[in-house]
Design a protein around this ligand. Structure first.
Ligand SMILES: NC(=O)c1ccc[n+]([C@@H]2O[C@H](COP(=O)([O-])OP(=O)(O)OC[C@H]3O[C@@H](n4cnc5c(N)ncnc54)[C@H](OP(=O)(O)O)[C@@H]3O)[C@@H](O)[C@H]2O)c1
Length: 238
């Protein structure tokens, strides 16, 4: 059996680090990514730079010897954008969040789909979206919710368009997950009181989200392509 190769964006910490670790434990060769090259397995590229996705894809292919089987679109930014900011500040924040959370994922997905179609090979994409994509988010996070909603729509489009040619797409919608991102959010929204909205009584762990991502990447039946898996402690049941 050939060792599968995965490109995982945002693998330096949080959910992405947990995904990279679980995939490696299953024998996958993981090429990681973050804004800086934290180790030699990680490609450093700031996704606010429009040239970054192409550079990441080319470098990942080079390191992998020309074949990538799995793409995990995980990198993300959750940063407040209050409507009271100046017009240009608000727009700048909107553009950064859309570029990091949606446009970069779209570009990498496009490179991956073309790679698989050209080689007549199968491949899988796992998108780490968010509960916000369905439910919406706080008043300071229009951009984040819009980017994640866009990611879910893009994922469904890829799944419907390319399933017959062996390209599968899966999406995960975590609720609050215990990473730096969630810690900042909980603090900014008044702390543990927020847990009252989560019937499970706690936020998710990165390992839980990584277990779902690993299932989608390696084990999920092809018939599940196009699926969106919620992981939010029943805080948003749809
Ligand atoms: N935590 C939650 O509550 C939660 C809930 C729902 C969905 N999610 C989603 O899950 C994914 C992972 O979230 P997380 O909580 O694990 O986040 P995190 O701990 O803040 O880590 C974010 C990752 O994305 C990378 N990243 C952020 N901005 C980047 C940029 N401009 N260029 C390149 N890389 C960048 C970071 O790299 P650096 O280390 O270099 O900054 C890091 O590896 C995100 O897509 C997020 O939206 C999280």
């Amino acid at each position: 059996m050939t060792q599968p190769v995965a490109l995982v964006t945002g693998s330096s910490r949080g959910i992405g680090a947990a995904i990279a670790s679980k995939l490696r434990a299953r024998g996958v060769r993981v090429i990681g990514h973050a804004s800086r090259a934290v180790d030699e397995q990680t490609i450093g590229a700031d996704l606010t730079d429009p040239t970054a996705p192409a550079r990441i894809w080319e470098e990942a292919l080079r390191r992998a010897g020309g074949r990538i089987d799995l793409l995990v679109n995980n990198a993300g930014l959750f940063s407040p954008n209050p409507i009271g900011l100046s017009d240009i500040e608000w727009l700048d924040n909107w553009e950064d969040t859309l570029r990091i959370n949606l446009t970069a994922a779209a570009e990498l997905s496009r490179f991956a789909v073309r790679h698989w179609l050209e080689r007549e090979a199968s491949g899988r994409i796992v998108h780490v979206a968010s509960r916000a994509g369905y439910r919406g988010d706080s008043p300071d996070h229009w951009h984040y919710a819009a980017a994640k909603g866009g990611m879910i729509a893009m994922h469904k489009t890829i799944a419907r368009q390319y399933a017959a040619r062996g390209v599968m797409s899966y999406a995960i919608c975590p609720g609050f997950t215990d990473t730096a991102m969630a810690g900042d959010y909980l603090a900014s929204r008044g702390g543990p009181g927020l847990l009252a909205d989560i019937p499970l009584g706690r936020v998710a762990t990165p390992d839980e989200i990584a277990a779902i991502a690993t299932f989608c990447a390696l084990d999920a039946p092809e018939s599940m392509t196009g699926t969106v898996i919620d992981a939010n402690g029943a805080s948003y049941v749809r």
